[in-house]
Design a protein around this ligand. Structure first.
Ligand code: SF4
Ligand code: F3S
Length: 106
């Protein structure tokens, strides 16, 4: 599966959802997740993210391993998203800020 990692938090550009052939992105208040049972590993979404927040499970950085479980858990409760929407106004300022997991809203 592919995984939405930490840098999506507060950036949430949503370019990724437009290319997913199986519509397996789910939207929370300030980040997205991928449903691991629905993702077909096509890899189309990875290069679409302007802030490089998406990883193949095999390439997920060690310090982001918590996101594997978070994607699985939150994809079960958050609504599906298939159309791009505007990123938050301050998305640029949050790109690459370390420790964003503390800001994850459920
Ligand atoms: Fe969707 Fe493909 Fe990305 Fe999986 S790898 S989330 S199927 S675009
Ligand atoms: Fe997040 Fe990147 Fe998609 S910021 S919403 S994973 S395009």
């Amino acid at each position: 599966t592919f995984v939405v990692g930490e840098n999506c938090i507060k950036c949430k550009h949503t370019d990724c959802v437009e290319v997913c052939p199986v519509d397996c992105f789910y939207e929370g208040p300030n980040t997205l997740v991928i449903h691991p049972d629905e993702c077909i590993d096509c890899a189309l979404c990875e290069p679409e993210c302007p802030v490089d927040a998406i990883f193949s499970e095999d390439e997920l950085p060690e310090d982001q391993e918590a996101f594997l479980e978070l994607n699985a858990e939150l994809a079960e409760v958050w609504p599906n998203i298939t159309e791009k929407k505007d990123a938050p106004d301050d998305a640029e300022e949050w790109d690459g800020v370390p420790g964003k997991i503390q800001y994850l809203e459920r």
